[in-house]
Design a protein around this ligand. Structure first.
Ligand SMILES: Cc1ncc(COP(=O)(O)O)c(C=O)c1O
Length: 285
């Protein structure tokens, strides 16, 4: 088993691969990315991840130079050649390499880089007992729906969470709680699940969509895509995060105040179990 990279369709050792100095991803963050989880040697929810990748490319006007089938093939190749069965595949496409001028270069070929790394299961204690989060101001731009490489606000927010000994920082823009630095955010109030609508102010997470479109329906849970504020969150019965790497993560403390007396609520637990069953069905059978 070994970590492995792929640059413009060719396998490379991680230690060998290099990024040209004038790659626009490197200099401007001019590109988009996706992360897909690998369970039991199979990609989970690869189609929606690739659909979102094409949407992100269209949004920042990078031409799609790889077909869906090619990208699936690259994911499968990385899994096969690395021997990694439990891991994550990172994919990014930048506008390409050109002398550093802000506007789009005339003749430029997008640059695809991918890598696979093993990832163990998330600390089972976190999933079992829940995590702490802090609320911070959302200082990002207004196109958070694009999965772009510009992650500086997210990086700073996650570091703030780490320094506060918290798992995640959830952001607040004006009167509304938007999402985590690398996750979507949900609260349960009077038995109803609430999450920020999929506008330009959040990333429409694949895990979020799975919760909305499949798990909540299957479990007959009521779910609302409606903005809510900090007082609403502080009065919530349950709270949880979702994300490809985060999966469904119960939140039991917000800004030092316990949620549900510090224990994981029943709706979050049901969703966690249903998500684990779905992974099992897609990747283990
Ligand atoms: C800002 C942000 N929101 C939400 C998510 C969750 O999205 P997904 O479920 O597609 O991983 C991510 C994932 O990286 C993210 O970076």
């Amino acid at each position: 088993m070994r970590e492995l990279g792929l640059v413009n369709g060719n396998l490379v050792d991680m230690s060998d691969s290099f990024i040209p100095m004038e790659d626009r991803g490197h200099q401007f963050g001019d590109g988009v990315y996706e992360v897909t989880k690998v369970y039991n040697g199979r990609c989970f929810a690869l189609r929606p991840h690739l659909d979102r990748l094409y949407q992100s490319l269209r949004a920042i006007r990078i031409p799609a130079t790889y077909t869906f089938e090619e990208l699936v093939e690259f994911h499968e190749l990385l899994i096969k050649e690395s021997g990694i069965t439990e891991g994550a595949i990172y994919l990014q496409i930048t506008r390409g390499v050109a002398p550093r001028v802000h506007s789009f270069p005339e003749q430029v070929v997008p640059c695809l880089t991918m890598s696979i790394r093993p990832s163990g299961p998330i600390n089972p204690e976190f999933k079992e007992r829940g995590v702490k989060i802090i609320l911070i101001p959302d200082e990002r731009w207004l196109r958070c729906d694009i999965k772009s490489l510009n992650l500086l606000s997210n990086v700073l927010g996650k570091q703030q969470a780490k320094e506060a000994h918290c798992f995640e920082a959830v952001m607040v823009r004006g009167d509304h709680v938007t999402e985590g630095t690398s996750s979507n955010f949900f609260v349960v109030k009077d038995g109803v699940i609430w999450t920020h609508p999929a506008t330009n102010l959040i990333l429409k997470g694949i895990t979020r969509s799975i919760i909305l479109e499949r798990l909540a329906k299957d479990l007959d849970l009521t779910i609302l895509e409606k903005p809510f504020g900090v007082p609403f969150v502080k009065g919530a019965e349950e709270a949880f995060l979702s994300g490809t790497s985060t999966e469904i993560m119960p939140v039991t403390s917000i800004d030092g105040v316990a949620v549900n007396n510090g224990s994981v609520g029943p709706i979050t637990r049901k969703l966690q179990l249903a998500y684990a069953r779905l992974i099992d069905e897609e990747c283990h059978r």
